[in-house]
Design a binder for this molecule. Structure first.
Ligand code: FMN
Length: 360
């Protein structure tokens, strides 16, 4: 059967369908439970959460499902320079580029953002203590020590690659599986060897390259939202798929109602990769700010200071319904989304894939 793969065997799930974890408080316990209870693997993105919050979220997930699920963190959660006070030159460059937008919303230009210290080490300790069935991570590789502790605790580790080199490097660490993250995907590009801009490979090329050169199972992520997408990915050698945008649009996710409305609107036809809202390259529906700041990347602050610094602008733009100043995250597949409930989406994905395999 199409749904029995190396990945379903290792993960202990019925169908090789992972719900992409969403960072920045966009995941929800309800969504994780709905997907895991339907036989897939629900995922919670916790990179902005404190260790205590992660423990609390985990309790809630366990109360909502007794099936396997995935907790997700960012190995690198701070760019060079973001741990120190921003230089006056960098600050003035940001002010020069963004003052017009703050002015437009009648907001004061915010002061220099506070330096940010990485939270990963404390977060990963919380994950190890919790022992989820699956721990997926992006923006880097795990240390030998963390991987050894995961193995001892029976936690399956899944790293994200945007290039063949990253997949080979991840495999060499001894991780269990690899997400092949193509540039079609919604959200941040999790590149960690070269810049994200120099690592833009499409999902179906990336899956084939990794499948050829790496022995551990590969999971296709980016641009998949239907049974046709799943069967294509499996045909190319993927052992599972990870679906983000289609689950993000479901009513169980934690996005704002306007964000959901945008994903189902004509606006979803136009997505772009930009660093302007966070400091790291990510895909969302195109916005006026992203369009107008093309080529001005040198004026942006490093991740995550850029998002911290822009937060008053985002809040005010939401309050004033200035949608063209907001980043609504989403991937290139958004225009064909149909389903509004995670369970319905899961059932449709399974039925569509099954029908395609029966016709062969
Ligand atoms: C809003 C948003 C936030 C995301 N946050 C994370 C994250 O924190 N960690 C992660 O591993 N992947 C994250 N992703 C990637 C998804 O888990 C998934 O791999 C991707 O969305 C698949 O591509 P698709 O959107 O074309 O389905 C995010 C995606 C979106 C759309």
């Amino acid at each position: 059967m199409w749904y029995q793969t190396k990945a379903t065997e290792i993960l202990g799930i019925d169908y090789p369908i992972m719900q992409g974890p969403f960072g920045g408080n966009l995941s929800s316990v309800k969504l994780v439970a709905a997907v895991s209870n339907a036989g897939g693997l629900g995922g919670y993105g916790a990179y902005t959460n404190s260790p205590q919050e992660i423990v609390e979220i985990d309790k809630q997930i366990r109360a909502a499902t007794n099936k396997p699920y995935n907790l997700n963190l960012w190995v690198s959660d701070v760019d060079a320079g973001a741990g120190e006070i921003v230089t006056e030159t960098a600050y003035q460059r940001a002010v020069r580029t963004f003052k017009p937008y703050f002015d437009e919303l009648e907001l004061p230009v915010p002061a220099k953002p506070i330096p940010f210290q990485s939270r990963f080490e404390n977060q990963v300790q919380a994950v190890l203590d919790i022992r989820p069935k699956v721990f997926s991570y992006m923006f880097g590789m795990l240390t030998e020590d963390v991987l050894e502790q995961c193995r001892k605790r029976g936690i399956i580790t899944v790293g994200a690659a945007t290039t063949l080199d990253e997949a080979i490097a991840l495999e060499a660490t001894g991780t269990d599986m690899i997400i092949a993250s193509g540039f079609e995907a919604g959200g941040h590009r999790p590149s960690f060897l070269r810049s994200a801009e120099a690592s833009l490979t499409g999902t179906f090329v990336l899956v084939q390259l990794i499948r050829e050169k790496v022995k551990i199972p590969v999971i296709a992520a980016g641009g998949i939202a239907t049974g046709a997408g799943i069967s294509a990915a499996l045909t190319l050698g993927a052992a599972a798929v990870q679906i983000g945008t289609a689950f993000l649009a479901c009513e169980e996710s934690n996005i704002l109602p306007i964000h959901r409305q945008m994903l189902f609107s004509d606006k979803a036809k136009y997505t772009a990769l930009t660093k302007v809202f966070t400091g790291r390259l990510g895909r969302g529906l195109t916005s006026r700010i992203a369009e107008e700041t093309k080529g001005k990347e040198a004026d942006f602050l490093p991740f995550p200071l850029q998002s911290q610094w822009m937060s008053s602008l985002r809040k005010s733009a939401l309050d004033k319904a200035q949608w063209d100043m907001i980043q609504f995250w989403g991937g290139q597949i958004a225009p064909i989304l149909k389903h509004r409930k995670a369970e319905t989406l899961m059932h449709a994905l399974i039925a569509e894939t099954t029908a395609l395999y029966h016709h062969q």
